[in-house]
Design a protein around this ligand. Structure first.
Ligand code: DX5
Ligand code: ZN
Length: 217
C-alpha cells in the first residue's frame, strides 16, 4: 500500500467549492474538516454541506469530525457517503461501539488523537479501526506549524500497527508541507493531510505530485 495525499478543503474557497474540489482530482481523497465551536474554537461546516460535497467530489471524502459527542453525530456522515469518518478519542464516549457503527454503515472508521493524547491506551482498539490520525497541530485552524514533538508518537503508532499485522492507515494532519512531509514519512505516516500547502500553491496538481514524491521517498 502506497502513501496517500488528502488535501484539506479548509483552505479552499468556500464560495467556489466545486471548482476547488475539481482542482484536487489527482489526490487520493478530499479531507473535510467539520468543527463545532465546542470541541475546537472554530466553526466550519456540517452535514448538509458534506452531503453535497460527496455528490460532486471527484475523489472519496475523508471526513474529520472535530466535534463534541461524535457518538451521536458521526454515523450520519457515514450515511452521507463519506468514505472514511474520523472521530476524536478525546470526545467519544464509546469509541468501539462508534467504530463498529461506522463500519456497519459502509465507512472506514478512524480515530484521531490530539497532540497531547497518547497512542498507548488505544493500541488494543486497532482491530476495530481502519485508520489512526495523529494530529500534528492542535486542531482548529489551518496554516499552523508542524509540531515536531509528535514524531515520536507517529513512530510508536507505526510500530503498533506493524506489530498488529493489520491494514490500518496512519494519517497525519497539520503543518504538512514540502519541508515537513519527509520526516513524518520517515517516522511512519502514510496518509498526509495538507491544506494551506496545497490550496496556497499556484499549481495545485503540481503541489500534490511534489508532496506525493517526497512522502514516498
Ligand atoms: C486543523 C485541520 C486540518 C487543517 C490543516 O485542525 O484538522 O485538516 O486543514 O491545515 P494545514 O495543512 O494548513 O496545517
Ligand atoms: Zn483535519
Amino acid at each position: 500500500m502506497g502513501i496517500a495525499i488528502h488535501p484539506s478543503i479548509l483552505s479552499a474557497d468556500f464560495t467556489n467549492l466545486q471548482r476547488d474540489l475539481e482542482a484536487i482530482s489527482t489526490a487520493d481523497a478530499a479531507h473535510v474538516d467539520v468543527m463545532d465551536n465546542h470541541f475546537v474554537p472554530n466553526l466550519t461546516l456540517g452535514l448538509p454541506i458534506v452531503e453535497r460535497i460527496v455528490e460532486v467530489c471527484p475523489v472519496p471524502v475523508d471526513a474529520h469530525l472535530m466535534i463534541a459527542d461524535p457518538d451521536r453525530w458521526a454515523p450520519a456522515y457515514a450515511e452521507a457517503g463519506a468514505a472514511s469518518v474520523t472521530f476524536h478519542a478525546e470526545a467519544a464516549a464509546a469509541p468501539v461501539r462508534l467504530a463498529r457503527e461506522l463500519r456497519r454503515l459502509g465507512a472506514r472508521a478512524a480515530l484521531a488523537l490530539r497532540p497531547a493524547t497518547p497512542i498507548e491506551p488505544f493500541v488494543d482498539l486497532l482491530p476495530e479501526l481502519d485508520m489512526i490520525l495523529v494530529m500534528t497541530v492542535e486542531p482548529g485552524f489551518g496554516g499552523q506549524s508542524f509540531i515536531d514533538a509528535t514524531l515520536g508518537k507517529i513512530a510508536r503508532a507505526r510500530a503498533a500497527i506493524d506489530a498488529s499485522g493489520l491494514e490500518v492507515r496512519l494519517q497525519i494532519d497539520g503543518g504538512v508541507s514540502r519541508s515537513t512531509i519527509e520526516r513524518a514519512a520517515e517516522a511512519g505516516a502514510d496518509v498526509f493531510v495538507a491544506g494551506s500547502a496545497v490550496y496556497g500553491a499556484d499549481d495545485i496538481a503540481g503541489e500534490i505530485a511534489a508532496l506525493r514524491a517526497l512522502g514516498a521517498a
